[in-house]
Ligand binder design. Structure first.
Ligand code: FA5
Length: 346
């Protein structure tokens, strides 16, 4: 064969491959056909072997024709395989997927309502210059009771009220107040902190849970008075419940504060008229507070003649129940029913 005949045979082979492709229905068939044309025993290879026998000046043209036919065959094979695959997946989708069905909306997570309220409360105190600290949930009797001036026979130390881990020594903290002592013993003065966290008590009814959240506040400096305590807590309550809410400081008792006061707000549900939520009193208690007892300051090596301070502890669950009116049981916060939790997405 001369070079002209080889070039025209190569063109014919390119056309023949395209024609043969039409009858191939699988990727394997197409690859086999490609091998029959381009493989070691294929005609294109046989023609390539003749390259050495033709005059040197004609080799370039024949070489070009060989490359062209190889290129054409490979491209045609690849595109035929792509078309087959696309058809297969479309056929699969048509057979197995109903494209007219509405799409599935992915479930979007959200913060737990108690976390939302806790972060909001902490943010208010941070904006007043308080730092955020934390302490352990498994506490010693010393930090939970002893250093806070609880007498040995205080009812809170009883098995009926507290979850003990090792009798009389290690326990699940019953309030966040131990963080007061830990902070006073580890930080230098002045101190201005809030300590959010989980606490545990042997309580169980619609407004009391065995596990709940508290936020402790502590401010110690020279010249701190009850007026500062009133100012900070009033500002906080007005920010969280609105400017119009009425509040009152009611004398109370805690072993670690003197004087002590509980803070009530006018019942959000009945606006002070009296209802089941406020036990007909028109008021709801939301926190305990007071001026730090000098004995507690001394226990942390702080001179009570020079320094004074105030502390408060508020129940996050109670505030959340008031804020989201209509929550009649504290248990709803801990059952984690997605239908309930989904109501607080924002
Ligand atoms: C205390 O726990 C004191 N440590 C607060 C304190 C801190 C006083 C600093 C003075 C200085 P009390 O036991 O009253 O106080 O609890 C505080 C708040 O926790 C209550 O007002 C209430 O909102 C909430 N609380 C108490 N028990 C439960 C419970 N079982 N479930 C949900 N919330 C509760």
């Amino acid at each position: 064969m001369n070079s002209g005949e080889i070039v025209s045979r190569l063109r014919e082979l390119g056309d023949a491959f395209k024609a043969d492709l039409k009858s191939r229905e699988s990727e394997m068939d197409i690859r086999a056909l490609q091998a029959a044309y381009l493989g070691g025993k294929g005609e294109v290879t046989a023609l390539r072997k003749m390259l050495g026998k033709i005059p040197a000046e004609e080799r370039r043209t024949v070489g070009q024709a060989l490359n062209d036919v190889k290129d054409r065959i490979e491209k045609a094979a690849t595109s035929a395989i792509d078309i087959l695959k696309e058809g297969a997946s479309r056929e699969y989708l048509e057979r197995h997927v109903d494209l007219t069905l509405p799409g599935r909306v992915p479930t979007v997570g959200s913060l737990h309502p108690l976390s939302i309220v806790m972060y909001d409360i902490v943010d208010i105190f941070v904006s007043m210059g308080f730092d955020v600290v934390s302490g352990p949930e498994v506490e010693t009797d010393y930090y939970n009771f002893g250093a806070l001036n609880f007498p040995d026979d205080h009812p809170a130390r009883d098995m009926q009220d507290t979850f003990f881990i090792k009798e009389g020594r290690t326990l699940l903290r019953t309030h966040t107040s131990p963080v007061q002592v830990r902070t006073m013993q580890s930080r230098s003065l002045p101190i201005k902190v809030v300590a959010p966290g989980v606490v545990y008590r042997r309580d169980d009814d619609p407004t009391h849970s065995p596990m709940f959240l508290q936020i402790e506040g502590l401010l110690v400096d020279e010249g701190v008075t009850f007026a500062h305590l009133k100012g900070v807590l009033s500002a906080f309550i007005h920010q969280i419940f609105g400017r119009d809410v009425k509040l009152r400081f009611r004398p109370s008792f805690f072993p670690f504060t003197e004087p002590s006061a509980e803070v009530d707000i006018e019942c959000i549900a009945c606006r002070g008229r009296g209802c089941r939520l406020c036990s007909q009193s028109g008021w709801i208690e939301i926190l305990g507070s007071g001026m730090i007892d000098p004995a507690v300051l001394e226990e942390s090596s702080i001179d009570p003649e020079r320094y004074t301070g105030f502390a408060f502890g508020l129940g996050v669950d109670r505030i959340a129940m008031l804020r989201y009116e209509g929550i009649t049981s504290i248990k709803l916060f801990y059952e984690n029913d997605p239908r309930f939790l989904g109501c607080f997405r924002r």
